[in-house]
Design a protein around this ligand. Structure first.
Ligand code: FAD
Length: 319
């Protein structure tokens, strides 16, 4: 049966909701169909900080992440309901490093000062980024989407033809679900496990990636997210106790503030990784599908920039 909406979006993660809000703000009517809705999507597991991690191609990622940061800074300044906040961010390295590849995406950055380097680290970057408290932010995105007139229907799609029959313009934001829906084996899971712990006095975001893997400290509004794991092609969505122990060991090595952690919760999500984000139009089943998936470890960081490009493709299709 045909819907009466201008666009049908598949997926209610950060990608689908951001696209939906951008379209609604341009005056288009939008329905989302999603198998899972917040707080039960991969997006809900993220920390989530602005940080272009595990995403390609880099030239486009710089533009998308810069545009996204502009949106997020505005939310942090103007709307406390959004759960967005500016934080100092430090990325640590065991070797001296040159300019970060994402330098053009931030207003300014500097190398870390000696007293900002934990034992074993010789270099680092400091910049100010927006952190989204994902629980608050995802709820806020749903609220903004529905307040603007968007409709969310819980519905799984097994083939695009189901969606194309309902609406001639379908926007595919199904993340890892695109592996099956598009038959796209280039999308694969990168398993992330994170520990949610009680807040302490530590207020900066710290990230490092060494031979022993990714470490992350992200203090949010009511808790601190500690990470993490980056396990490619691991489909396990259960908590792994050994991963938890390793995460706690790694963050304790970063700061004595985390030698004795009060664990509140442990979560697992599968990042929708791809050699490059797929953002393009495809003619299909008598309709048009605009793909927007494969954001890897940066779905939040790329969200608004990608949504702007989806809007441009959508308006091109309408013409
Ligand atoms: C531990 C962890 C930490 C992370 N930290 C960060 C971070 O700090 N910053 C950052 O930018 N990113 C981070 N990420 C990555 C980020 O979470 C993802 O890139 C992002 O969530 C992808 O969003 P999405 O909307 O594309 O996909 P998802 O959130 O997976 O949403 C996909 C949607 O599509 C729906 N769907 C799937 N298949 C179908 C189907 N067949 N029919 C209907 N609906 C379907 C799903 O139900 C869901 O609603 C992290 C990820 C993890 C796991």
């Amino acid at each position: 049966m045909k819907t009466s909406f201008d666009a049908l979006i598949l997926g209610a993660g950060v990608s689908g909701l951001s696209v939906g809000i951008v379209l609604l703000k341009q005056g288009y009517s939008v329905e989302i169909w999603a198998k899972d809705v917040p707080p039960h999507t991969t997006s809900d597991v993220a920390a989530a900080l602005w940080y272009p991690y595990l995403c390609n191609p880099r030239d486009k990622a710089i533009t998308w992440s810069k545009n996204t940061h502009d949106y997020l800074k505005e939310f942090a300044l103007s709307d406390p309901r959004s759960g967005c906040m500016m934080r100092s961010f430090i990325e640590l390295f065991e070797e001296p490093v040159g300019e970060p590849w994402w330098a053009d995406a931030v207003d300014a950055y500097r190398h870390a000062l000696p007293d900002e380097l934990p034992p074993g680290y010789v270099d680092g970057y400091q910049t100010d980024v927006v952190l989204m408290d994902s629980e608050v932010y995802m709820r806020w995105l749903v609220d903004v989407f529905t307040e603007l007139g968007g409709v969310i229907t819980i519905r799984e799609v097994s083939e695009f033809s189901e969606a194309c029959v309902a609406n001639p313009v379908v926007i595919n934001c199904t993340g890892l679900g695109s592996r099956q829906l598009c038959g796209d084996a280039r999308v694969y899971p990168v398993r992330g496990q994170v520990v949610r712990a009680a807040l302490n006095s530590f207020s900066d975001i710290v990230v490092s990636e060494t031979a022993s893997g990714l470490s992350l400290i992200a203090p949010r509004i009511d808790d601190v997210v500690l990470g993490g794991t980056t396990q490619a092609n691991n489909w396990n969505t259960e908590v792994d106790e050994e991963d938890t122990a390793e995460i706690l060991r790694k963050v304790a090595a970063l700061s004595p503030a985390f030698t004795d952690v009060n664990v509140l919760d442990v979560k697992v999500g599968l990042r929708p990784a791809r050699d490059e984000v797929r953002l393009e139009t495809e003619q299909m089943n008598g309709g048009v599908v605009i793909h927007n998936y494969g954001h890897g470890g940066a779905g939040y960081t790329l969200s608004w920039g990608c949504a702007q490009d989806v809007l441009a493709l959508f308006e091109g299709v309408l013409q």
